[in-house]
Structure formats: C-alpha cells, structure tokens
Design a protein around this ligand. Structure first.
Ligand code: 5CU
Length: 387
C-alpha cells in the first residue's frame, strides 16, 4: 500500500508553550475571563484586538469583542493528539515542524540553547514512534553565524531530521540577504531541504480598520497575507540570484507556493521589461543565459499540496513541472473544525478533507499521481524509507 505522508504539520512542544506564557508581547499565550481555553496570539494582525481587550480590562469595560488569536487546545502540544489525528485521517507518516514564529523572537544569546533543546525534543518524539514521525528542525536565526552553523550540524546529526523550517525574515533582512548565503550553502551541502513557511503577512493597514476590530476574523491575514508573503520572499531570492549561487539548495514552499503558480509568468514578464535590470547598471537580464523562475520552480522547488481546491492544485502541478514535486500536508493543528455542525476536533477535520479532495480532483483521479502527492513523493524526496 502506498504511504500517506503529511509534510505540513506543526507542534509547539511544552517548553515552547511555557515560553509563550511568560511573554507580554506577541507571540504569547494569555487567558481571558470566560474563555474555556487560553488563547494563542501569534500574528501582528491580532495585535489591535489584543490591545483593545487590554484597554477594556483596564477600564473595566465589556464590549463583547471577539477574542484575539486562537484557542490553545491540546492539539498544539500533545504528541498523543498528533498520533490520534494521524490515525483518524489515515496518515502513516508525519514530518512535524515547530509552528510559527519558530525562534525568530528570541534574544540571540538564548536562541542557540533553546533551538538545541527543542530540536532534541522533536528528535526524541520521533524516536518514540519509529517509522511514523520525522521532523524539520528550527534554527536560532537571531544568534551569531557560528551558533546557527552549529545548530545545522546538530540537526543533521539527529536521525529523524529531514530538513529545517524557515520563516521569511532570515537573519532579519529577508532571504535575499547575502549574509544568509553561508547558511543556505551549509543546508544544501548537508542535504537539508528548507520548508519555507510564512508568518509575518502584510502590514495591518492593508486589511483596514474593520479587520482591526476583528470583524473579519483571521481570513485576510491567513488567506492572503501568508501566501503573498511567501511569494515575495521567494521572488526576492530569485531576483538576488540565490538559486544560481546555491544550485543544490532545495526548498519546499508552504501553501503550494503562495501565489507563485499564478504569478510566476507575471514576475518573468516584469523582469524582461524592467529598464534597470536590462541596463548595463542592473546587468542582470541576459536573455540567453539567465535562469527563469520557471526553471528554478522545476528544479529547486517543491510545493506542498495545502491549497484547498482542485483549481489551485492543478496550477501548482503545472508550475512545479509535474505532480511528482508536490507533497500532501494538513497544517494541523491549525484550521480545526469550528461550530457545532462542522464536527468535533477529535473526529475528521474538514480542512484535511478539502486538501485530499483537491489532490484527487486536481489530478483527475490518476491513481499513480494521487499516490505520489499523498505520500510517495515525500518518501522519495525526504528519505522516509527504512524503519
Ligand atoms: O491560524 C494561524 O494563525 C496559522 C498559523 O499561524 N500558522 C499556520 O501554519 N497556519 C495557520
């Protein structure tokens, strides 16, 4: 039987949750009177509502505002719950990663030790369930370069580590920052693919004042902010020539590449028609020798299949150059069922069903391709065989 593999599935180990509980700025965990679970507040788009709650508490006002963040249920940190979720959805193997914002907010002096301890914790979880769990390690990106390099060496020594999870901020200046090149080069030579995942979204001003009041829930930052962030991060790497400089680098893009499958053609056209880039000063665009974004997508990029529709899935397959470069994911523990009708959190999740249907529908029921996207591609690309 072909394996079903979930490559986009997160956890916050208990140590990380303790850290969030001690914080007063995002990311944080806070309890609110009357709410059954503490709230996990991660995104800058959630800050206006958090601040409004704080003001109301000080002024002893009760405006019936929506709560900021999302409920911190046991799904976020319990390994038993992860295994239950896998069993419920027929998932044989999960490649688990720390969820956003990883270690990006930690002081550099602490991040190295915390990265080591969290990566060890993931490694021990995987060792307890041989053949079922692997992980992408987190890096202490606020620490000095030697600490980051040691963390990569440590991660590659852990037997169940299959890559690293990375946000779009890099060392603070984005992924086109030349200072990141030694890290990308070491990842490539250590055969550790990057799972590139968004967190920072877009400035709150683009969502408008009604979103700041919580009127639209999380829809704008998650549905649009996240994918656009990923698109911009990858476009910046491409424009900076990172893929030429690190030709062995492999990146798995979250959420089927954000909007790249749809926008790659436009990015290419904008490059070809950019007066500065084709001028002698810009000097980047040599029509005959230049690698195109399409070429990079088809050689150095893989996409997850967390796209929720057959239309998006087909575009992702086209952009990636074939169904053998897509890998199924769930985004667990995010997007649980909400509201009575949609089911309970211990049962089947609608969000998972949508992605399974997208794979089947987008591939017109081609069993071999479906089996590839649902798991066999991940087994091959991430070397999940052998336990
Ligand atoms: O719901 C959310 O905020 C998120 C998140 O923060 N990270 C993620 O991977 N998916 C959804």
């Amino acid at each position: 039987m072909p394996k079903v593999v979930d490559i986009h599935t997160h956890m916050y180990p208990p140590e990380y949750i303790r850290l969030l509980k001690s914080r007063s700025a995002i990311p944080l965990v806070r309890s609110f009177p009357g709410a059954p679970d503490p709230r996990l507040v991660l995104l800058s788009a959630e800050v206006p509502l958090l601040e409004k709650h704080e003001e109301d508490q000080q002024n002893q006002k009760d405006e019936n505002l929506p709560l900021p963040g999302r409920p911190l249920t046991r799904h976020f940190s319990s390994l038993d719950q992860k295994l239950h979720f896998m069993d419920t959805h027929g998932i044989d193997i999960s490649v688990v990663s720390l969820a956003n914002p990883w270690l990006d907010f930690l002081p550099g002096s602490e991040a190295g030790d915390i990265a080591q301890s969290i990566n060890n914790e993931f490694s021990e979880m995987c060792a307890r369930h041989p053949g079922r769990l692997y992980f992408f390690a987190a890096l202490p990106l606020t620490s000095p370069l030697p600490t980051i390099q040691s963390a990569i060496t440590h991660a590659s020594s852990l037997p169940h580590c299959r890559g690293i999870i990375l946000g779009t901020s890099g060392l603070g200046a984005g992924l086109d920052d030349p200072s990141l090149l030694p890290i990308l080069t070491l990842l490539a030579s250590s055969n550790l693919p990057i799972f590139l995942h968004p967190h920072y979204g877009l400035p709150n001003s683009v969502y408008g004042p009604r979103a700041a009041q919580g009127e639209y829930g999380h829809v704008l930052p998650l549905a649009l902010g996240f994918p656009v962030e990923t698109t911009i991060a990858l476009a910046r790497m491409f424009l900076a020539g990172v893929f030429e400089q690190v030709p062995d680098l492999k990146i798995i893009l979250a959420h089927s590449g954000g909007t790249l499958p749809f926008l790659a053609g436009r990015i290419e056209s904008c490059i070809l028609h950019d007066g500065y880039l084709v001028s002698s000063e810009g000097g980047r665009v040599n029509r005959t020798e230049r690698r195109t974004l399409w070429d990079v997508l088809r050689t150095q990029i893989y996409l997850d299949a967390v796209v929720y529709s057959a239309v998006g899935l087909r575009a992702a397959v086209e952009a990636a150059g074939g169904a053998d470069r897509l890998m199924f994911g769930t985004d667990h523990p995010f997007f649980p069922p909400v509201g009575g009708e949609a089911g309970d959190e211990d049962g089947e999740w609608e969000s998972v069903g949508l992605n399974v249907e997208a794979v089947k529908g987008g591939l017109d029921g081609d069993d071999e391709k479906v089996a590839g996207v649902m798991g066999e591609n991940a087994v091959r690309v991430l070397r999940l065989e052998g336990e």
